[in-house]
Structure formats: C-alpha cells, structure tokens
Design a protein around this ligand. Sequence first.
Ligand code: B12
Length: 219
Amino acid sequence: MDTTELRRLQRKAVLDGDVAAATRLARDAIETGNDLHAFIDDGFVAGIQEVGRLWEEGEYFLPELMQSADAMKAAMNVLRPELLRKGRATGSGVKTVIGTVQGDIHDIGKTLVATFLEANGFEVIDLGRDVPLPDFVETAVRENARLICLSALLTTTMPGHGRVIELLNEAGRKEEIAVLVGGAPVTRRFADEIGADGWAVNAVDAVGEARRLSEAAGA
Ligand code: B12
C-alpha cells in the first residue's frame, strides 16, 4: 500500500473510532520503514483534528469523541516504543517534568510532546493529566529538573499555566527552571502575558523550544 493511502486510512480509523484498525495501521506505518512523523501528523493527528471539527459542527457527540480518542491512543501506544527506539541515540538528558494541568483530562497532545522529547534525549517525568498545580513545582524541585512543560486544551484550564509560574516564583526557582507551555488554545501571546519562557504549536516545535531553553540554561 502506498503511504498516501496509508495516511488516508489512518485518518479514517481515528474518524471511525476503530481501535483495531488504528492499531493495525500504526504497525503498517512502522513496517514501511519511513519517517513516522508524517504518519502521525498527516494520518492520526489529522484524523483527531477532523473529529474536533465534526464535534464543533454538532455532527459528533461525546461517545464518538471518546471512541476516536481511544483509536488515536491505541495507535500512539504502538508508535511510541518505535519512536523512542529510533530517537535515543543522541541526547542531552535534560530532566523535564510534563503534564496536563488540573481540571483538564486531555492528554493525547501532551503525551505526543512527552514522547518526542524523550525520543530526542530528554529525561521526561510525565505526571499525566489533571495534575494538581503544585505538583509540577514540587516534582521539578525534588528531581532537579530544568524544564516544566504544561499542556491545556480547555480555555478554562489555561490559567493554570500562569498559576504554575507564580508558584515557581513563590518557591524562588523561576530563574533555574524554565516553563514551556502549549495546547490548542494556548497562543504565543498568552505565553508572553503569563511570563512563560517558551511556547510551541506542536510536538516537533516543542522539541526545538525545549532545546533552546535548556541550552540557554546552560544544561
Ligand atoms: C480528543 C478530545 C477529547 C477527548 C480527550 C481524550 C484524551 N485522553 O486526551 C475526550 C473525549 C475525553 C474529551 C473530553 C472533553 N472535551 Co475535548 N476534545 C478533544 C479534541 C477533539 C481533540 C484533542 C486532541 O487530542 N487533539 C490532538 C492533539 C495531538 O493535539 P493537541 O492536544 O492540540 O496537542 C498538540 C499541540 O496543541 C501541542 N501541545 C499540546 N500540549 C502541549 C504542551 C506543550 C508544553 C507544548 C510546547 C505543546 C503542546 O502539541 C501537540 C502535538 O502536536 C479537541 C478538539 C481540538 N480541535 O483540539 C476537543 C476539545 C479540546 N474538547 C473540548 C471540550 C469542551 C471537552 C469537554 C469539556 C466535553 C464535555 N462536555 O465533557 C471534555 C473535557 C473534560 C475535562 N475536564 O478535561 C473543547 C474545548 C473548548 C474550549 N474552549 O475550551 C474542544 C476544543 C472541542 C471543541 N471544539 O469544542 N475531549
């Protein structure tokens, strides 16, 4: 099967919420031996973005959204070990704490960012989703991390990003630990307003920003 057709089927598997197909098509992507990023971006991620659009238009409801999210996650579970296996060769080993902020259970994008960081040699401590805000600072300080990465997908949970920065300030660690923020509603302007050190629109750019911040910190 050609790769264009494979990506089309991957989008469809997510749209249909077909876990078995998504799993199989993720394995097929690995078997092509091609760069997996293209399958992730133009295949599975494009599928879940389309799901978001259909939900906005009122064509999809919560059960469809959840089923599609399950298909997306199943595909990522297959791709993740392969991304890590291919990526590990070079790495800075910079310790990074990541999670989706309190009140927010969206974790597909966050996990993608965590995987890409790990595949690029960062040592990632993934706190998961709906993470109490003080946990980010406490873990970063305890583990001697250089970077905190915050994800939010809801406009109502975005302010959590700013609160974590305040907590970091209150702990007197703002100079040592950089904060990188992201998630669909999070803009560069918002990042600047809350005093974040960095912002990125997707997982590939997140790696570039994380590198820039850890180099600036002399890691
Ligand atoms: C899948 C999904 C769900 C799944 C989540 C499953 C999971 N385990 O994650 C389920 C079904 C559970 C869900 C639930 C809800 N959802 Co929802 N969901 C989505 C959907 C369709 C896709 C999100 C996604 O996974 N995208 C794919 C990933 C790859 O993209 P991403 O998350 O944006 O991440 C990329 C970038 O943003 C960036 N990034 C992400 N994090 C970070 C972090 C850093 C540090 C950096 C640098 C970059 C970065 O890199 C990522 C990779 O490229 C979006 C629609 C959309 N357009 O985003 C709605 C959406 C986010 N959901 C929405 C809503 C309203 C809800 C619910 C409140 C619905 C409800 N009534 O219950 C609940 C939330 C409950 C809660 N407390 O959190 C709204 C939010 C609206 C708003 N203004 O806040 C959206 C936008 C849909 C809509 N258009 O209305 N949802």
